[in-house]
Design a protein around this ligand. Structure first.
Ligand code: UDX
Length: 447
């Protein structure tokens, strides 16, 4: 009999994981505590913008014409406990208000709600990003609360999906990491991931703490790479060098690699910033804080980029104040192909300039609704051309393909001054300069 799978929490991670499990052939039941989310998912609608996810959901959600019917949603914990052989916990772990540590309340609540409904053998698999040591604690709690006792077992299986590539990253993961305490748990997870493993995804078996640490250390490494190149951009800026060429040149060294070396206004989103902070906080609790003090610098280099973008804009506008200046902002999402504006560097820059008296108009291909909710006082336009109309300066802050394909000549007709600042080093300076624009980017020579 094929395994039955449940997925608890249906955000980016959970909704994608649930659809992917159905795609792999399993019967899947998803649960969320937010009724609106469940209602949407039951109709095959996705509560966020993620390329390919809606199609995958609609292919499997029961009740949709032509679907496999393998994917259902519920809010009933008893039904979930009854249904699943393997339960994936995919709830989020945001940063605690006023602290670096991560907020475990959703994870804890999921375990407290699920465990009392586990009457027979079950494997609960944590996927959320948690402080190291959590799995150990949760495993004990599970045995305590579950009527099945020791037959309710825990495994930890961190998730590495990137927003914008969530479907592909879930169906074809570059590695599968499982923290387990028994052969039974490993066997079950090998069964769950048989398809990607056969297709070549490495399957790495570890203990609990290592599995938890793989996730936070991977994100710390990525954050470090970005802040490294942004630090180089600062030096290039001072020395009149070109950080884009520098990144290209060092990237030819295979040990360094080309990826994740795009200098600009830095990283944001729901993961990297809060994960490195939670990692520092946890290391402090463990008495290993010295090992991670460098992450403090990574964080501060990253946050500094946003302020530097504001200063670059001020300088480009002649120095003084932003009062009365019209500033067009292209991009609100924390990265392209996503509508996620959580800790978005683009919105942060837009907000800072707005608070200093600039008249800021923002356009983003997908992030408008979320941006409006977070920053209702900014002005929003329905297209790039509308956003730049009358602008004294244009700020390119999220590198959507749509923005790379803009015609500088057409935009040039709409603005007051042909002045563009590329906060993502993603536009071609030559193309813009040829069309009569002044093009500036962080860490690149002026002309
Ligand atoms: C990240 C990890 O990549 C993923 O493995 C993990 O599971 C969750 O966190 P995500 O937050 O979706 O994924 O975004 P990612 O593509 O990693 O980008 C993070 C941020 O870094 C974005 O704001 C992006 O604009 C920025 N970035 C990325 C750069 O500034 N420069 C780069 O070269 C690459």
């Amino acid at each position: 009999m094929a395994l039955k799978i449940t997925v608890i929490g249906t955000g980016y991670l959970g909704a994608t994981h649930a659809a992917a499990m159905a795609e792999l052939g399993f019967e899947v039941l998803g649960l969320d505590v937010v009724p609106e989310k469940i209602e949407m998912l039951k109709r095959g609608e996705v509560p966020m913008y993620e390329p390919g996810l809606e199609e995958l959901l609609r292919k499997h959600v029961a009740g949709i014409e032509g679907s496999s019917g393998r994917l259902r949603f519920t809010m009933d914990w008893a039904e979930v406990g009854e249904f699943g052989d393997v339960h994936f916990v995919c709830v989020n772990t945001p940063q605690k208000h006023g602290e670096y540590a991560c907020d475990m309340s959703y994870v804890d609540a999921a375990f407290e709600s699920l465990a009392p409904h586990l009457h027979g053998p079950a494997l609960v698999v944590g996927k959320s990003t948690v402080p190291v040591g959590s799995a150990d604690r949760l495993a004990a709690r599970l045995v305590e609360l579950a009527p099945a006792g020791e037959d309710a077992e825990l495994a930890w299986n961190p998730e590495f999906l990137r927003e914008g590539f969530a479907v592909n990253d879930t169906l074809h993961p570059d590695r599968i990491v499982v923290g387990v305490r028994s052969e039974r748990a490993e066997k079950l997870l090998r069964e769950v991931y048989a398809t990607p493993v056969t297709a070549g995804s490495p399957f790495v078996v570890t203990d609990f703490p290592t599995a938890e640490l793989v996730k936070t250390s991977a994100n710390s490494f990525l954050a470090t790479k970005i802040s490294f190149i942004n630090a180089m951009a600062e030096v290039c800026e001072a020395a009149d060098g070109d950080v884009v060429k520098l990144a290209e040149a060092i990237g030819h060294d295979e040990r360094i690699g080309k990826k994740f070396l795009r200098a600009g206004i830095g990283f944001g989103g729901g993961c990297l910033p809060k994960d490195i902070r939670a990692f520092m906080a946890r290391a402090g609790e463990l008495g290993a804080d010295q090992a991670l003090t460098f992450l403090r610098e990574i964080d501060s280099i990253n946050m500094r980029q946003r302020g530097q973008m504001v200063e670059l804009a001020r300088e480009a506008l002649g120095g003084g104040s932003f009062l009365g200046k019209r500033v067009a902002v292209l991009g609100a999402a924390f990265k392209p192909d996503s509508d996620d504006v959580r800790d978005s560097p683009a919105l942060n820059v837009a907000g800072q300039i707005h608070l200093q008296g600039g008249q800021v108009t923002v356009y983003d291909p997908k992030g408008m609704a979320n941006a409006r909710r977070l920053f209702p006082t900014l002005a929003y336009a329905d297209s790039a051309i509308e956003a730049v109309r009358g602008a004294d300066v244009v700020l390119h802050l999220t590198e959507w393909r749509e923005f790379r394909e803009l015609d500088p000549a057409v935009l040039g007709e709409a603005v007051t001054t042909r002045l563009i600042l590329d906060g993502r080093n993603a536009l071609d300076p030559e193309v813009w300069r040829r069309a009569g624009w002044t093009y500036r980017a962080m860490g690149r020579p002026t002309a």
